[in-house]
Design a binder for this molecule. Structure first.
Ligand code: NAD
Ligand code: GLY
Length: 372
């Protein structure tokens, strides 16, 4: 019998388990059946994931006595759009579902966020289960109930907090993930160390390269550690009234860079977060909050595993500070007209800063995009 570890996101009646382990797809039907209300499920996945894992999932659902249908969407960030959201809920409604029917998101963060938002909206809310198949979605997007889509005005600007009934993170699915996607997910893994767990970051400095090169034990341990960190923060602050904002380390700069690339393959979400984290540490050092050694250590680690650490590492983009600052003004992390940054006193000591002078942010961006 394959092994897995179970964590819990404690949210009262909306609490749910996260199972992390090998061979979980084969057990998915048996694990899902007790947490949903009907025999009928709709699997939502993308064109890359379907040929790899949909058949195994369907066999497992069938063996458990669940009737499944599937919807396969194009892969990529562009699918997290109003057009595909409409296409998805139309397809779901055309299947004549009732409120007991459940959705299963099989794929990365794009499929998870979109499917979760459909689950929150269709018939005013139906059950959904996350089966994340990228490192990024296993350590971050599948946990915590942030669902949604992008808009022409920015990333994740339309959505809902809506918790899944269960998360199944099958480490075996990472075997087929392209290295670039593994690295993008790794940027978010290291984020947990940088937020409040310096020992975890130190461990990652030792094993990060092996993890990114496919070491299953390290991947398993890192997914468990990351989900544990995230589950704790989400349980304390489900709707981001306070501490949950720390999970946005790197996102203020990162979303801005992503928006400027048009959410394209030029810069993956996780890569943007990694770059954003380097810039957030840069800004922290510039403001005298952390040391230059901290900045160097963070960037050196991201570089060591093979992640970009400067916007100038991104091919095919000419950056412009005004355009980047303009995107920043559209981000949802604005309160009373002030942009929220997550800054650091040290590695593992981050905090929410809402009083940053934009001249300082401008200087950091100016320096970062200069090619000399
Ligand atoms: P993704 O969903 O686009 O997946 C990346 C690529 O990998 C896609 O081409 C996909 O088809 C492919 N893929 C997925 N699993 C695979 C597998 N096992 N083998 C081979 N290929 C596979 O991207 P992502 O990095 O998983 O997620 C990024 C999205 O997650 C962004 O939209 C981001 O905003 C969102 N996100 C949400 C949260 C949240 O809390 N909801 C947190 C972080 C990120
Ligand atoms: N990825 C940030 C959050 O879930 O809050």
């Amino acid at each position: 019998m394959p092994k897995y570890e179970t964590l819990n996101v404690e949210l009262g009646e909306r609490s749910y388990d996260i199972h992390v382990g090998d061979g979980l797809l084969a057990q998915a039907g048996a694990l899902i059946k007790p947490v949903i209300r009907s025999q009928r499920v709709i699997v939502v996945t993308d064109e890359n994931v379907a040929p790899l894992y949909l058949a195994s999932l369907e066999i497992s659902l069938d063996t458990a006595g669940l009737n499944s249908e599937s919807i396969i969407l194009p892969a990529g960030e562009q699918t997290k759009s109003i057009d595909y959201f409409e296409q998805l809920f139309d397809q779901i409604l055309a299947m004549k579902i009732d409120r007991q029917c459940a959705l299963i998101a099989l794929g990365g963060g794009v499929i998870g966020d979109l499917t979760g938002f459909a689950a929150a909206s269709v018939l005013r809310g139906i059950d959904f289960v996350q089966i994340p198949t990228t490192l990024l979605s296993q350590v971050d997007s599948s946990v915590g109930g942030k669902t949604g889509i992008n808009s022409q005005h920015g990333k994740n600007l339309v959505g809902a907090f809506y918790q899944p009934r269960l998360v199944l993170a099958d480490i075996d699915t990472l075997d087929s993930l392209p290295k670039r996607e593994v690295l993008a997910g790794y940027a978010e893994v290291a984020k947990y160390g940088l937020i409040d767990n310096p020992d975890f970051f130190t461990w990652l400095e030792q094993i990060g390269c092996e993890l990114c090169n496919g070491n299953k034990n390290h991947q398993h341990q890192a997914v468990v550690m990351s989900c544990r960190s995230k589950a704790k923060i989400v349980a304390e602050d489900e709707t981001e009234q306070g501490r949950r904002a720390l999970l946005n380390l790197g996102h203020t700069f990162g979303h801005t860079l992503e928006a400027e690339t048009g959410f394209s393959e030029k810069l993956l979400h996780g890569e943007a977060v990694g770059l954003g984290i380097c810039l957030a540490f840069d800004l922290s050092a510039h403001l005298g909050l952390c040391t230059q050694d901290d900045v160097n250590r963070v960037c050196a680690h991201y570089a060591a595993v093979g992640l970009p650490t400067s916007p100038t590492d991104v091919a095919g983009i000419t950056w412009n500070t005004d355009a980047l600052l303009d995107h920043m003004q559209s981000d949802k992390k604005i309160e009373d007209g002030k942009i929220t940054f997550i800054l650091a006193h040290a590695i593992g000591e981050t905090f929410v800063a809402r009083d940053i002078d934009m001249a300082d942010a401008r200087l950091i961006i100016d320096n970062a995009i200069r090619c000399d």
